[in-house]
Design a binder for this molecule. Structure first.
Ligand SMILES: [Zn+2]
Length: 264
């Protein structure tokens, strides 16, 4: 990871007077102030204990929602809603000053609608289906780590991509999950409209609920297109979020081992 900076909510930025108040760049984030310091998740490096606490205020109520009560979007739903999503894209094209009838754009609304359904296909899947037949009783009590899982998601504030890498570690307590399933959990939650903090936490909570492990750590390093497309100085900014549960949260040694292993 190269020199991540937190460009989004850094104190001292002139977002209130200039950036934040402006609708020109489509960013309302600047208006939502987070107190600097307190439990900051957007940080230059995976944060020590408590890093994830208190930073989910905005999403806290929905964050803890468990996969046990998930509702999914069906393929029939997709088919039914495709025309109206495409019609909405036609409206958007016109609103942007384009001519939806010109040749290059004729099929664009349908393509865009289909693509958007694909980008959000995580709504069509349930965590429980991934877990079926993939949880094994095992007397393994060493840390399990899967790092550099590719992640593509969509920022729920701007509907543009967030992409990056996810690192997962857990300390089993008699139960383990098929390794490929960790990547599947990432896929299901990331292919939805997201904020990075919630995505991080949802992955950690899903693993906790599925395996009841001794501890779980999830770190995500990601690039938000809504940030990097707005200015050269933000080109290389990365956002790092982490959620530590159980011993990963309580025991600095375990947490440090995890953080060291995902960097090596
Ligand atoms: Zn955004």
């Amino acid at each position: 990871m190269e020199h991540p900076k937190h460009t989004q909510h850094g104190p001292g930025e002139k977002k209130d007077s200039g950036d934040g108040g402006s609708v020109l760049n489509g960013h309302f984030d600047g208006l939502v102030k987070r107190p600097a310091g307190a439990g900051t998740v957007r940080a230059a490096a995976p944060q020590p204990p408590g890093a994830e606490s208190g930073s989910h205020r905005a999403a806290a109520s929905s964050v803890m929602e468990s996969w046990r009560e998930e509702r999914t979007r069906s393929l029939e739903d997709n088919e039914m809603s495709l025309p109206s999503i495409a019609a909405a894209y036609t409206t958007i094209l016109r609103g942007l000053g384009e001519d939806p009838q010109r040749q290059g754009l004729l099929k664009t609304p349908w393509r865009a609608a289909t693509a958007m359904q694909f980008f959000t296909k995580g709504y069509q899947e349930k965590i429980i289906d991934v877990l079926n037949d993939a949880i094994f009783d095992e007397d393994h009590d060493e840390m399990v780590i899967v790092k550099d899982i590719d992640m593509f998601s969509m920022c729920e504030h701007h509907l543009v991509p967030i992409f990056g890498r996810v690192h997962i570690g857990y300390l089993p307590n008699k139960r383990v999950l098929g390794l490929s399933k960790l990547a599947r959990i990432v896929e299901i939650y990331s292919r939805r409209l997201q904020v990075q903090e919630r995505l991080t936490k949802q992955i950690a909570v899903a693993i906790t609920e599925a395996l009841q492990p001794t501890g779980v750590g999830v770190v995500i390093e990601a690039t938000h297109m809504c940030m990097v497309m707005r200015g050269v100085q933000k080109m290389n900014s990365k956002t790092v979020t982490s959620t530590m549960l159980g011993v990963f949260r309580e025991d600095p040694k375990t947490r440090d081992e995890f953080l060291r292993l995902i960097r090596s």
